[in-house]
Design a protein around this ligand. Structure first.
Ligand code: ADP
Ligand code: MG
Length: 692
């Protein structure tokens, strides 16, 4: 349960002084539902109210602070008209405008003849300068000076003044908390406690206080990153402590498969295989991430792990994000399995009736040792006799919970996660900090480099001509059109138009593939492209994930500038898989923006997925790298992993160290760390502590 000391911070926004339910709705929309969310809502800019130009120097449209004399009050003679107050200095006149004035506060705030300090947005009304509802009205003779004010992200209907009021009230609520950071570390970094850091950030004295590298910001970012890494470390400890079991195969099946491979395993593959074998043989559960670029040969590594399970008399499951991929995996595995006499069974959501019943029975009685499937493998009615290994392909389409869900279908299930594409190191820590990792950096020998060229869309006709010649020579070609979620219909039109255009030239040899098609239809089209009469496949990014047609040697990507770097890399990975030379044409619309230019340049320079992943992070910032919400990436409030990478590394090590020294968080610091976990709403992780 949440520690009592945090109750005030998790109170609703309405509990703040001066924030009623109407304003609370707006504040919630801008910042979040709880007081703590308001604290995390840091300023995004400044208004400097210390400068006081004369009226003639002030610029309409800007927020200005003026030193004026109050000349006259001009009350409205109808409630629908505004109340005006005329003021001036030696250089000009300005009219203050107030609507819905009640009582006599204006007379008190702006006595005729008095000097006043006004701050607000200067407007031009016809030829006259005016300011409606100044943000501030101060008395300069009382020594009142206006300061630098923070600006916050707002929402329609919410004024800066109200937001600021909420912030100030929230700051009053925030009492000091026990220090969860290591004292020596804070000293070295010269960081203050979290409470003081909040004060600094919400009361900036200048632009430097808004800098994401300001020590106060770093302190809070580190708090957030540590909470996150500690939560992952706790989950990891818990999963490991939950009994695993040693799986040791006799290698018979593995040897049969490796002996029949048409290639030699690379050193990287061999190393990954032995790391996996060591994990599986250990009495703890395996939680390992297999990272490798497209085409680096993850499948065979996974298969050998699965075979170890079968050798030990248990079952293994491989889960893919789509039916196409599941189907493809089954085919690949069965080819590789031929010398063993074993087969892998497919189970997808499309299996119904008798076929499904038979498969379920086989899983339940153990007669099916190897199964490949989609999400369907999670379903409640699926029972394994003895599941010992779950391999999850293309992890970022699944979430952490699903990892846990599949593992719960057996006793001490080992989990091997395979990524579709390399993930930058920092992001790996944030989303897979709980996993050990093996890398396949080296490409299989004999892989031919892909030639990548940039071509302006103005030369589309030339490209079409070249495509025609290539088809005549027997090439298989992907033609990719962008699909952007927000305007799916428009994009769909683009892909169907392009298909129509190309089929007028190439007839039935041009196929069309997009996400709106039924899975069965898509499978047929893929099949026709892989083994049939389709030579040109006009498609959206549905071919992005894992699809394997080794005969395809050309890829045209239309509007390449609209794609993310990792996505381009992933797409390009669909070619260059066979023994022929491959070409990728990136068609772009001019003029190219700076970032797009850099992205395409990197694509031309390298095929190294690990480098591309890092560059992608650099160019895009952390938020978008893995694409969308599906990425399962935590959204940070205070940290930005593209800037605070160093902190993330430290937090990762710190969390692991804490887990060795104080795994139950029982020490003084440990108790404070529990508060930290709750403060950043990593409650689930704390639950693991109690059950463990
Ligand atoms: P990934 O899943 O990592 O994208 P795959 O496992 O699908 O890659 O492998 C891509 C291709 O490379 C497959 O056709 C596979 O048979 C082949 N391959 C795998 N390992 C090697 C190797 N050591 N040498 C040559 N080819 C390999
Ligand atoms: Mg794969």
């Amino acid at each position: 349960m949440r520690p009592e000391i945090l109750y005030p911070l998790f109170a609703p926004v309405t509990s703040l002084k001066g924030i009623g339910s109407r304003l609370a709705k707006l504040v919630e929309r801008a910042a979040g539902n709880h007081v703590v969310d308001i604290l995390w809502h840091l300023p995004v800019g400044l208004i400097d109210r210390t400068l006081t130009p004369t009226i003639s120097e002030a610029t309409p449209g800007e927020i200005v602070t003026l030193n004026v004399r109050v000349d006259a009050h001009l009350p409205a003679n109808s409630p629908r008209l505004p109340y005006r107050v005329r003021c001036s200095d030696d250089t000009g006149v300005i009219t203050l405008v107030f609507f819905h004035v009640k009582g006599d506060w204006l007379a008190r705030a702006l006595p005729v003849g008095a000097d006043r300090l006004l701050s607000g947005k200067l407007e031009l009304f016809g030829n006259a300068l005016q300011m409606s509802h100044p943000d501030h009205i101060g008395d300069p003779t009382a020594g009142e000076a206006l300061a630098i004010e923070p600006v916050y992200a707002l929402t329609a209907g919410l004024s800066l003044k109200v937001m600021r009021k909420a912030i100030e009230a929230a700051l009053i609520r925030a009492r000091p908390l026990p220090e969860w950071q290591d004292a020596a570390f804070l000293e070295r970094r010269r960081w203050t406690d979290w409470r003081s850091a909040l004060d600094v950030l919400h009361n900036p004295k200048g632009a430097v206080d808004l800098d994401p590298m300001h020590p106060a910001r770093l302190r809070l970012a580190y708090d957030e990153l540590l909470a996150d890494q500690l939560a992952l470390a706790l989950v990891r400890e818990q999963t490991r402590r939950a009994k695993g079991r040693p799986i040791i195969g006799h290698h018979n099946l593995q040897e049969k498969v490796t002996a029949a491979l048409p290639f030699k395993l690379t050193a990287a593959q061999q190393q990954a295989i032995s790391e996996i074998a060591a994990d599986m043989a250990a009495p703890t559960k395996m939680l390992r991430l297999l990272q490798g670029d497209v085409g680096s040969g993850k499948t065979v590594v996974a298969l050998l792990a699965m075979l170890a399970t079968v050798e030990a008399g248990s079952q293994a499951a491989l889960m893919a994000p789509t039916e196409i991929l599941a189907r493809q995996h089954v085919e690949t595995l069965n080819r590789l399995l031929a010398p063993t006499g074993l087969t892998a069974t497919l189970l997808t959501g499309r299996d119904k009736g008798k076929a499904r019943t038979t498969t379920l029975a086989g899983l339940a009685d153990g007669s099916i040792p190897l199964v490949v499937g989609t999400h369907a493998l999670f379903q409640d009615d699926i029972v394994f006799k003895d599941l010992a290994l779950a391999v999850i392909d293309e992890q970022h389409r699944f979430g952490v919970e699903q990892r846990v869900q599949l593992a719960s279908k057996g006793r001490g299930v080992d989990v091997l996660v395979m990524t579709a594409t390399p993930i930058p190191r920092s992001l790996m820590l944030t989303s897979y900090g709980d996993l050990d990792a093996s890398f396949l950096r080296e490409k299989p020998i004999g892989r031919k480099p892909i030639t990548t060229s940039l071509v302006s869309l103005e030369r589309l006709e030339e490209v079409v001509g070249a495509v025609g010649r290539a088809i005549a020579q027997g090439a298989k070609i992907y033609w990719i059109c962008p699909l952007i979620e927000e305007s799916e219909t428009v994009d769909l039109a683009a892909v169907t138009d392009r298909h129509f255009h190309l089929s007028t030239l190439f007839g039935a040899r041009a196929g069309l593939l997009h996400g709106r098609m039924k899975p069965s239809e898509r499978d047929q089209i893929m099949e026709a492209f892989a083994h049939g009469d389709t030579d040109l496949l006009v498609a959206t990014t549905v071919v992005e994930v894992g699809v394997d047609v080794p005969a395809a040697t050309i890829m045209v990507i239309e509007h390449a500038e609209r794609f993310g770097l990792s996505q381009l890399h992933q797409l390009r990975g669909r070619i260059g898989r066979g023994d022929k030379l491959s070409t990728c044409l990136l068609l772009y619309a001019s003029p190219l923006g700076d970032t797009a230019k850099q992205r395409l340049k990197i694509m031309r320079e390298t095929e190294d997925g690990f480098r591309i992943a890092e560059e992608d992070l650099r160019l895009r910032g952390a938020g978008d790298v893995l694409g969308t919400k599906q990425s399962g990436l935590p959204r940070y409030r205070l940290a930005d992993v593209s800037l605070h990478q160093e902190l993330l590394d430290i937090a990762h090590d710190d969390a692991r160290l804490i887990m060795t020294r104080d795994p139950t968080l029982a020490s003084e610091r440990g108790k404070a760390l529990r508060v930290l976990l709750y403060l950043f709403e990593r409650d689930a992780a704390v639950r693991f502590l109690h059950s463990g």
